[in-house]
Design a protein. Structure first.
Length: 615
């Protein structure tokens, strides 16, 4: 492709649709966007992330290298944002294949009408004839439609011999006729449920007539090239054309998934009439081109939490041109519709017992409550558990190390066993793998409670200028240019992430004069699926030490809740009630939070009485 002279390689790659890992948003500080210039002239800014050996082999940072002539560039595997299917896609489909017991009533529905022909005695208008017949099919109040549909009626109805299919869209005040088709097309009506995560976009194509999942796909959120977390992206959105760039990035992901699923299952995109999106408040703002600037500024006010129903095309989503888009209602700037959908999915709002929903992601949302009350907060956990901000981290996709066992036989060399997603050669480490590694190093005596790697005779423990590191896989055994390691800096990032989540849970409980022993069920949601080891999560202090039967892996609850809202008006109304009921608790205004956070900055915690088995 052609680019302007002086543009960075990163910018050129993004324009070409090539996703390069750049969690710092192109500021040149993360060192993740390394590429190799094979041919051509370029100019690179100096960077400590590029060693002398790499310089000699023409490696550079894509974000800090300007294009000066025609270039041939190699993007190494570890610098790519893999758009392959998430490892949890099968888990999502397995765990969420059953729909809830909400009544049916999809966001859009198709109804075939064999209209009575007009006569001199029955000469009501064409539109009234349709509305009258629709009301005979069931309780359909408040029917309206657009002028473009009314204009088409005289010719369409008569050419169709008064046999037409009406597509109705659910609105808060009733229903809208969004299209009128000749003949009976009522058997083909599909919708799309999507979870717009900060790191991953996951979607499901749904048969709205049968309430059946047709297919599931997941891909990296392309916005990750402009920053790993929501604050970075809000800052990027404030640049000239920044908001439009981020909007195009996320709609590109959504359209890619919809088109891919429709193509695989031979479904016409014109038969996809509805989209239900769930995501954190920033992600929904960027999807809809809403200015997110004030989300990060005191007093942290979003543009909107309840967004109603709009045309999908207004948001750049390519389905039926008259198709609609609805978003799960949010709570606040930092607790969005993904949390509302999560509570709906696990049924926390109907539970008799006290429950805790923990979404282990970039924002680390936590909801405490049951049918009596719901209180939520968001901890700035950062993207470490999603593979960003850690040296060899990657998303849960092909080649990611997801399970690890470390053995320390007496008088023998350390042994490491690991399992990768899809069994491919290891390329990096995902969140569940990092949790296992830290737990294993603690058990083997390689790591102290502060997160420092101890002195060891093992060849896997090495000293570097930045501190010690532990080699999980040597480069000759993996699919990378270098060893796969965990460094003390990585451990520090992971320690801060786990401390933020644990402290947020503890503060909510303290706020309600409760503690972990009062919680009867803990729903763990996010991208871990079944690969998260509860023992490892407890050993590092990410989760509280409670009987294992109290933990439930809920999978992608945001996607599951979005799907329920798509297929059921009852679920949609319940989600609105959840959002209205839920109280948001701002951690930054709670003096005790920092105290709890600092206490959790150890493995597993400064108070070992909370973790007796680890002690």
């Amino acid at each position: 492709m052609e680019v302007e002279r002086g543009r960075t390689i990163l910018a050129a790659a993004i324009s070409a649709g090539i996703s390069i890992n750049s969690p710092c948003g192109g500021d040149g500080v993360c060192g993740k966007c390394k590429v190799r210039v094979i041919k051509g002239k370029s100019s690179s800014l100096p960077s400590a992330a590029i060693g002398e050996d790499e310089k000699n082999r023409h490696f550079c940072l894509a974000c800090g290298t300007a294009v000066l002539s025609d270039l041939e560039v190699e993007v190494p595997a570890e610098s790519r944002l893999d758009s392959s299917k998430s490892s949890q896609a099968e888990d999502i489909e397995y765990q969420q294949s059953l729909f809830s017991d909400f009544s049916s009533g999809a966001l859009t529905r198709k109804i075939f009408l064999d209209l009575p022909r007009p006569t001199i005695q029955d000469n009501i208008s064409d539109l009234d004839r349709i509305i009258r017949q629709l009301k005979k099919t069931g309780n359909i109040p408040g029917i309206q439609t657009a002028l473009i549909n009314i204009r088409s009626l005289p010719v369409l109805l008569r050419d169709a011999d008064w046999k037409v299919t009406i597509t109705l869209a659910r609105r808060s005040e009733g229903f809208e006729i969004i299209q009128v088709e000749s003949g009976d097309t009522s058997g083909k009506n599909f919708g799309f449920a999507v979870d717009i995560g900060t790191t991953t976009v996951s979607g499901q194509l749904i048969d709205l007539n049968a309430s059946k999942i047709i297919g599931t796909k997941a891909t990296y959120n392309r916005q990750a090239s402009y920053g790993a977390d929501v604050i970075s992206r809000i800052i990027y959105a404030e640049r000239e054309e920044g908001l439009e760039t981020l909007h195009q990035a996320v709609t590109g992901c959504i359209n890619e998934i919809i088109t891919g699923l429709a193509g695989e299952h031979k479904i016409d995109l014109n038969d996809v009439t509805a989209v239900l999106a769930a995501g954190n408040t920033t992600m929904i703002h960027l999807l809809l081109r809403l200015d997110p600037s004030f989300i990060r500024r005191d007093p942290y006010v979003p543009t909107a939490n309840f967004l109603g129903t709009i045309r999908a095309t207004d948001a750049g989503i390519k389905i039926n041109p008259r198709g609609i888009l609805s978003c799960a209602p949010g709570i606040s700037s930092y607790v969005g519709g993904d949390v509302t959908a999560g509570v709906l999915s696990v049924g926390q709002d109907k539970a008799d017992d006290l429950c805790l929903l923990i979404d282990i992601g970039t924002n680390g949302e936590v909801v405490l409550g049951n049918k009596e009350f719901l209180i939520a907060t968001s901890a700035s956990a950062g993207p470490a558990f999603e593979g960003s901000g850690v040296g060899c981290g990657m998303r849960s996709s092909s080649g990611a190390i997801q399970k690890v066992n470390i053995f320390a036989p007496a008088g023998a060399e350390l042994k490491v066993n690991f399992e990768t997603i899809t069994g491919q050669a290891p390329r990096g480490i995902c969140g569940s793998g990092y949790i296992d590694i830290i737990a294993g190093m603690l058990k083997a005596g390689l790591l102290d409670k502060n997160g420092k790697i101890g002195v060891s005779s093992s060849r896997r423990v090495r000293n570097t200028e930045a501190g010690r590191e532990f080699v999980l896989v040597f480069k000759e055994d993996c699919g990378c240019r270098s060893d796969i390691v965990i460094t003390e800096a990585d451990i520090d990032n992971l320690k801060r992430a786990k401390a933020a989540i644990y402290a947020a849970c503890n503060i909510l409980l303290r706020r309600m004069s409760l503690d972990f022993r009062d919680v009867r069920k803990i729903f763990v949601s996010g991208g871990f699926g079944t690969s998260l080891n509860i023992d490892s999560a407890i050993a590092i202090g990410l989760l509280p030490e409670l009987p294992k039967e109290r933990f439930v892996f809920a999978g992608n609850t945001s996607l599951s809740g979005a799907r329920q809202m798509l297929v059921s008006d009852q679920a949609d109304n319940t989600a609105a009630a959840i959002a209205a009921k839920m109280t948001y608790f701002e951690l930054s205004t709670e003096p005790a939070y920092m105290e709890e956070y600092m206490a959790a900055l150890f493995f597993p915690h400064t108070d070992l009485a909370r973790f007796p088995s680890v002690k």
